[in-house]
Ligand binder design. Structure first.
Ligand SMILES: [Fe+2]
Length: 322
């Protein structure tokens, strides 16, 4: 697709949101999702990394049904177990990433659920901490705060960030293997909080998802910097030194010139992104503790040859499962 704004499907148009990635899409009919449409979305995702669709009209059932057409789906069982809660949603394929408690009330600041969700305020790639990482995420808005109260989702273009590194830096980091942990993100999002200073929240007492830092993004052939707020240490390097290096790279990739915010406007808005070439984070706002921000995500396992990283193809453990 040389012309970034054109599509082989009549009426479908891409409207770039940033000079190097992300686009809003018009002309897609989500009342009748076809495999041709899914294939076109995948082709565009290889270019843009992030696609925004407004007022799709999707509900939970059709959200899940469509997501199955993208590939193998991850499920939420380990996360529900990790939070010690029941799933308030209708399907185990729906990740509950909003601020609504299982009883329907708004999650309050300082509760354990809110402390753990703070991880989402930091740039990350979904499931980098699992043996098989996430490929696409499909996030659908159900209930949004009033305008002006925050709650956007911001994305970062890690392919362009890699391109811009000096050749000497590319050579220096080329073979690094990164150990990722959900607990690294949770602890760093709550610095010094004694509730997270237990063994239960100590990354070194749990498994890591091992993935190469520098990888070919197979769908586009470009090189990606696969880093996240989950990144904890680097194989063959002292833990503290590795973390310093990783935090520097995370800050580098999160510079404003590589990032693009997406505002949620209406229920039914859908954003699909490729976790293997972008990062994302939730933007804080005055809605917290006051207004519902109900967003539900399906997560498609990475289907590329890099999916399992160095964790052994077919590994069955996932973070949060005993
Ligand atoms: Fe996420």
């Amino acid at each position: 697709m040389d012309d970034k704004t054109s599509s082989p499907i009549p009426g479908v148009q891409y409207h770039p949101l940033h000079p190097t990635f992300a686009a809003e899409v018009t002309g897609m009919d989500f009342a009748n999702v076809t495999q041709e449409m899914v294939d076109e979305i995948k082709r565009a995702l290889a270019i843009y990394g992030v696609l925004v669709f407004r007022k799709t009209g999707l509900d939970d059932a059709r959200h899940v049904e469509m997501s199955h057409m993208f590939g193998d789906l991850d499920d939420i069982k380990p996360f529900v177990a990790g939070l010690g809660q029941t799933n308030r949603l209708s399907s185990d394929y729906l990740f509950d990433v909003g601020n609504v408690n299982p009883d329907g009330t708004i999650t309050q600041p300082g509760t354990m659920r809110e402390l753990l969700l703070r991880c989402n305020y930091h740039f990350h790639a979904d499931s980098a901490f699992n043996p098989r990482r996430a490929g696409y995420s499909l996030l659908l808005a159900h209930h949004l705060p009033p305008p002006g109260h925050g709650g956007a989702t911001e994305f970062a273009d890690t392919r362009t960030a890699y391109d811009d590194l000096s050749q000497s830096e590319k050579d220096r980091i080329n073979d690094w293997v990164v150990n990722n942990s959900q607990l690294q993100c949770r602890r760093s999002a709550n610095p010094g909080n004694p509730l997270l200073q237990t063994d239960e929240f100590d990354p070194m007492k749990h498994r890591f998802g091992k993935h190469r830092l520098v990888q070919t993004h197979e769908a586009s052939g470009r090189t990606n910097l696969y880093i996240a707020a989950h990144s904890h240490h680097i194989d063959g390097m002292p833990v503290d030194e590795g973390l310093r290096e990783l935090l520097k790279l995370l800050d580098y990739a999160g510079q404003p010139k590589y990032t693009c915010p997406v505002e949620w406007r209406d229920p039914g808005d859908l954003v699909i992104w490729d976790n293997t070439c972008t990062l994302h984070r939730s933007v804080k706002g005055t809605y917290e503790g006051k207004y519902k921000r109900d967003l539900r995500r399906t997560t498609v396992h990475d289907m590329s040859s890099q999916a399992w990283g160095l964790n052994g193809e077919g590994a069955t453990w996932r973070f949060g499962l005993p």
